[in-house]
Design a protein around this ligand. Sequence first.
Ligand SMILES: [Zn+2]
Length: 426
Amino acid sequence: MKHPDLLLFHGRLLTPPAEAVALGQPLSLEETADGAVVAHRGKIVDVGPTAEVLERTTAGPMTRMIDAQGRAVLPGLVDPHTHMLYAKDRMDEMELRHEGKGYLEILAAGGGILKSMRDFRAADDQELAEGLLSRLKQAVGQGTVAVEVKTGYGLSQAEEMRGLGIIDRVAKLTGLPITPTLLAAHAFPPDTGRAEYLDQCDRTATQAAKAGLAKAVDVFVEDGVFSPAEGRRLLAHARTLGLAARMHADELSPSGGAELAAELAAVSADHLTAATAEGLAQMAAAGVSAVVLPGTSFFLDRPPLMAARVREARLIAALATDSNPGSSPFVSMAWMIALAFHRNRFTWPEALTMATINAAHVLGRDRELGSLTVGKRCSLLVLDEADPRVLVYRPDQAAPWAVVESGRVLIWQGAPTEEVMAWTVS
Ligand SMILES: [Zn+2]
């Protein structure tokens, strides 16, 4: 066998299964007390007990050797729902909300998503790319190795396409597995009629699919935003283009979002804090994944989607940051795991499974990410402790010791490597 590129040994390996798991059954992580992972050309070529792996492996002069010295080694975290491409923060709105103003009230007054739209349109490509890049670097620094990034602040065909172009540019310059999603249907822009904007969303999806710049189309189905009928139309069109259908569903009120996701056999419905039990059951029966967003519930101080409801429906559930300027300005999946444990009451193995293999499943990347499995990308989160439960016990003190993405070491001994420092928008 050729010499491997990377050999990590003496790690405490913990992994969920290689395929997505529906919740509702007892879940445990597979542990190898003293384990090793071998990577070649970015992929895992061997994994198992250190003694056995070392017998099968011959390191060469170019093999990077990492002695994990008993530290916990997990699959790198996957964030399947973000709005990381935006221009400015919305801290002022945070204070308005603190004074009691509602989300839809702020939106109706020209705040919320429409403020982000104005900021986005006023920003040049460089500024937007730099913002996205800095959030990605922060996320990688917290153990994330793959993300989804949505558009949704351009709200016109030209501006949404500009957003997809910037996501593509940043994906290429980092080499990270970034999954682009078109969210033209995030809100209705004030400068376009309703019927005209729906047509424009369809035209944008067609253009994005032809250009190969989007993998999915997302629609914000909610009372006061897009109706289920409008969502059905836009997502049906997306499906004819070969794009995955995703939905923001039942975040504020039960608006028929979960039921629509089931009817369309969407890839996922996300938020779901106000979904009906019937809607959740229909989703599970139709193979639709649920994306739980605990950062948003925390930041807006709303009741989270409780684990018991997800288990009862036997859903494949994932965790995501929903990273966005208005309702969840977070980038850390480790922090989401902690919130999911403490507030949504998921168990630790459930929360980790939701942030790895199940998150990869939502992105259609479960064969390349989400578990320590031969053939997948060698993407690892090495904590500076032996017990990985520090992620939920004291998430403020659980920064990674190392992060490896497709065999590339991006964080080393707690700091970004030269490769990451060199990610700049020129
Ligand atoms: Zn969202």
